[in-house]
Design a protein around this ligand. Structure first.
Ligand code: FMN
Length: 228
């Protein structure tokens, strides 16, 4: 029994250690950009093995990215994040909103950014919503979310601060175009992985998740059933 308990403790430790850490860096003093392609591959392997149930619709499988899993990941390494920040600075000369919010600060510090999309089934009806509230779509989102969580747990186990952002500026159509992402895909989140030892960097401020301490007790979200 020792072996399974040890595995459980290892996984439990990583899950309980995971936390939102937004590493907000002064955009005029970005961190050095080191290549992290091996790390990206390691985290992508964890995503790859996440559960999924319904295959991506065939309309999402017409390019080289033709996996049956209902999500895609667009990987930006540190140097790409810094270049994207430079692009934002350039665009801000005409439209200052490109430097609003936290995304520019995160691009100044991230080692990796995974722009994660999930793949909605084509609409069967004419409605105003971006995607239909079907069971298949629910399962696509759930599968994509479990892939993301695998990566966050893996990054945490490696001691790397990480952050799941909704996207902010990265949800704009200009960014879909720049990154070559189809408008048929829905961004589930922008996953930032940061270098270790950020506490030593005076230009970086770490901000926790606003809901971190507000989960409430386990008892408030589960009910023990006694079937008679
Ligand atoms: C789908 C999703 C989207 C999120 N988007 C944002 C975001 O846009 N901005 C933000 O500050 N935090 C975002 N978060 C992080 C949550 O705020 C954070 O998980 C929560 O406060 C709990 O903190 P913890 O991750 O440290 O447990 C997001 C988390 C999830 C799961």
């Amino acid at each position: 029994m020792t072996e399974p308990d040890t595995s459980f403790e290892t996984v439990r430790h990583a899950i309980l250690e995971r936390k939102t850490e937004k590493a907000l860096c002064d955009i005029e003093r970005p961190l050095e950009a080191k290549s992290q392609s091996a790390l990206a591959q390691e985290l992508l392997e964890l995503a790859h093995w996440a559960p999924f149930h319904k295959p991506a619709h065939e309309t999402h499988r017409q390019t080289d990215l033709n996996s049956v899993v209902p999500w895609r990941m667009y990987v930006l390494e540190a140097q790409d994040c810094r270049k994207l920040l430079s692009t934002f600075k350039e665009w801000s000369k005409d439209d200052p909103s490109w430097l609003e919010g936290k995304i520019p600060n995160l691009l100044a510090s991230a080692d990796l950014l995974f722009q994660v999309t999930w793949l909605p089934n084509p609409k069967q009806t004419e409605n105003q919503n971006a995607f239909e509230g079907t069971k298949d779509n629910m399962e696509h989102i759930a599968a994509a979310a479990s892939a993301v969580q695998n990566m966050l747990i893996g990054a945490t186990a490696k001691g790397l601060p990480n952050y799941w952002a909704s996207g902010g500026l990265l949800l704009r159509p200009e960014i879909f175009k720049l990154l070559g992402i189809s408008q048929e895909e829905m961004v589930l989140g922008s996953i930032f992985i940061f270098p270790k030892h950020l506490g030593n960097k005076e230009q970086v401020k770490i901000v926790p998740g606003s809901w971190r301490e507000k989960r409430g007790p386990i008892e408030k979200k589960k009910k023990k059933l006694d079937i008679v």
